[in-house]
Design a protein around this ligand. Structure first.
Ligand code: EPZ
Length: 419
C-alpha cells in the first residue's frame, strides 16, 4: 500500500489548477445512459472513482474511449443491460446514480443496495420514495434493489424530506423522460446539480429552477447525445486553498468558480485569511494567527460538509476554541482521532466537535479515514513539526488527481512512499 510522507514547515506559494468536479463527472457519466449514442465529456478528472463509474457503464454494455486523460467518449447505444452488481456498488456508492437513468431508459433497473461507508449509513430511502412517486415499483432481492415501471413514469410533485444531492439527481434524471411535469421540492442546490441540469438540457431536457429549492421538469420523449465540459471541482479547490491558508501562501487556485465556494471563502476571511476572488481563480494568504470560528455544515449554499475536515485542521492550530457541527453525515469526525495523534485537542460530542487550538501540531504516522479526512491529514502534515506519513491513501486517490505533484508545485516537501 502506498503512503504520503510530508515534511512540515515549508511555506507554500504559487498557482495550482484544479480538475473537473468528481461529484459532477460521476453523474454526467451516468446521464449518458439516457441518450443512446456517442457523448463526449471533457475536463473529466482522472481519479479512481471515475474509473469505477467507467466499469459500471461498460458492465451495462457501453463503450468508453479515453481520448486524452481528461476526455471520455462514451457510446451508450450498445447498452442492453440494467444490472449493476454488488462488487461495483460496494467499491463506489455513487454507482447508484445509474438508477434514475436506467429506469428512464428501460423502465427497469437492478442495482445492488449500497452499504454504508466510513462517514455514515448513506441510505437511499429518499431516492426510492421519490422514484416510487413517479411510478416505479421497487423490491429488494438478495441485496439488490429491483426497480420496475409497470406502466410508464408520470410526473408529479415530489417533496424531499432533506435536500439530498443524490436523491435530487436520481429524481431529476428519471423525471426528464417521464410523462408530464415533475416538481422536486426542497431540492439540493449544489453547483454539481446545476452542471447535471445543464447537460440534460443540452441533451433536450426541459428543466427550470436548477440551483433553487424547487426544480420543475417538463418530461420529453427522448434525449440526444452531447458534448459537455465538467464544472470545476470546488472541493479540490477548497482543499488547496486550505493548504495555502495553513502554510502561508499566497496560493492561487485556478479552474473553478469562486461563487461555488463563497461560504468557505467568507469563513476563511473571518478566520483572518486574505482572500482575493478573480475570474475562475482565488488567491489566499495567511495574515497572522488563524482565528477560531464556529462552523456548521449545511446543504449548499451553506458550508459544505466536504470542506469540514480540511477546515478542522485550520481550526486545530487557531488561537482559541470553537465548535464544528456536522449536520449532513452522522460520523464524519474520524479525522479528529488521527489529528489527536498529531497533538490536536478536539473533543467529539455527537454531531459537535469542540476544537481547542494548539500552538503547533507534531508530525506522526497517521491513517486516512476517508477521502476528505485523508487529504486533511496531508494538510496537517504541512504545518506539523517534523514529518508525517499518511497511509491508506487509496481514499485520497478516489477524489484527487496528482495530489502530491500539485502540492510539490506549491513548494511542499511531500512524496509518495510505496510502503
Ligand atoms: C454527495 O453524496 C457527495 N457525493 C458527497 O461527497 C457529499 O458530501 C454529499 O453529496 C453532500 O454534499 C457525490 O456526489 C458522489 P446526500 P450523497 O444524498 O448524494 C442522508 C465527497 O467527499 N440520506 O446529500 O450521498 C445521507 O445518509 C463525498 O466527495 C438519507 O438518509 O449525499 C447523508 O447523511 C462524500 N437518505 C445525508 O442524507 C437518502 O435517500 C446527505 O446525503 C439520501 C441521503
Amino acid at each position: 500500500m502506498e503512503a504520503i510522507r510530508v515534511v512540515g514547515g515549508r511555506p507554500l506559494a504559487g498557482t495550482v489548477k484544479v480538475e473537473g468536479a468528481k461529484n459532477s463527472a460521476l453523474k454526467l457519466m451516468a446521464a449518458t445512459l439516457m441518450a443512446p449514442g456517442v457523448s463526449r465529456l471533457t475536463n473529466v478528472p482522472n481519479i479512481s472513482d471515475v474509473h469505477v463509474m467507467g466499469k459500471v457503464l461498460k458492465r451495462l454494455g457501453a463503450t468508453i474511449d479515453v481520448e486524452d486523460e481528461h476526455t471520455l467518449v462514451i457510446d451508450t447505444a450498445p447498452v442492453a443491460s440494467w444490472v449493476t452488481p454488488y462488487e461495483l456498488v460496494a467499491q463506489m456508492r455513487a454507482s447508484t446514480a445509474v438508477l434514475g437513468p436506467l429506469i428512464a431508459r428501460f423502465g427497469e433497473a437492478r442495482v445492488a443496495m449500497p452499504g454504508g461507508c466510513n462517514i455514515g449509513a448513506r441510505k437511499i430511502d429518499m431516492h426510492l420514495a421519490g422514484l416510487t412517486a413517479l411510478g416505479v415499483e421497487f423490491s429488494v432481492d438478495h441485496g439488490d434493489i429491483k426497480a420496475h415501471v409497470p406502466d410508464r413514469l408520470r410526473g408529479t410533485v415530489v417533496p424531499l424530506e432533506f435536500a439530498s444531492v443524490g436523491a435530487t439527481e436520481n429524481l431529476l434524471m428519471a423525471a426528464v423522460l417521464a410523462e408530464g411535469d415533475t416538481t422536486i421540492e426542497n431540492a439540493a442546490r449544489e453547483p454539481e446539480i446545476c452542471d447535471l441540469a445543464e447537460m440534460l438540457a443540452e441533451m433536450g431536457a426541459e428543466i427550470e429552477g436548477a440551483g433553487s429549492p424547487t426544480i420543475v421538469v417538463h418530461g420529453v420523449s427522448e434525449l440526444h447525445p452531447v458534448e459537455h465540459e465538467v464544472v470545476g471541482d470546488r472541493i479540490e479547490a477548497g482543499t488547496f486553498l486550505a493548504a495555502g491558508a495553513l502554510a502561508g501562501g499566497p496560493v492561487t487556485v485556478e479552474g473553478f468558480e469562486p461563487v461555488h465556494l463563497e461560504m468557505v471563502l467568507r469563513k476563511y476571511e473571518a478566520m483572518g485569511m486574505g482572500v482575493e476572488r478573480g475570474e475562475r481563480r482565488v488567491t489566499i494568504r495567511r495574515d497572522g494567527q488563524i482565528r477560531s470560528l464556529d462552523i456548521q455544515t449545511l446543504p449548499f449554499p451553506g458550508f459544505p460538509t466536504d470542506m469540514q475536515a480540511q477546515t478542522m485542521v485550520l481550526l486545530s492550530v487557531a488561537g482559541g476554541t470553537c465548535v464544528v457541527t456536522e449536520n449532513i453525515f452522522e460520523s464524519r469526525f474520524m479525522l479528529a482521532a488521527e489529528l489527536a495523534r498529531m497533538g490536536a485537542d478536539i473533543t467529539i460530542e455527537g454531531h459537535h466537535a469542540i476544537v481547542h487550538g494548539v500552538p503547533a501540531l507534531s508530525g506522526a504516522p497517521v491513517t486516512a479515514p476517508d477521502l476528505r479526512g485523508g487529504a486533511a491529514l496531508v494538510l496537517a502534515g504541512l504545518v506539523a513539526d517534523g514529518y508525517t506519513t499518511v497511509s491508506d491513501i487509496h481514499h485520497i486517490e478516489r477524489g484527487y488527481e496528482n495530489f502530491v505533484p500539485k502540492l510539490q508545485s506549491l513548494g511542499a516537501e511531500v512524496s509518495l512512499l510505496s510502503a
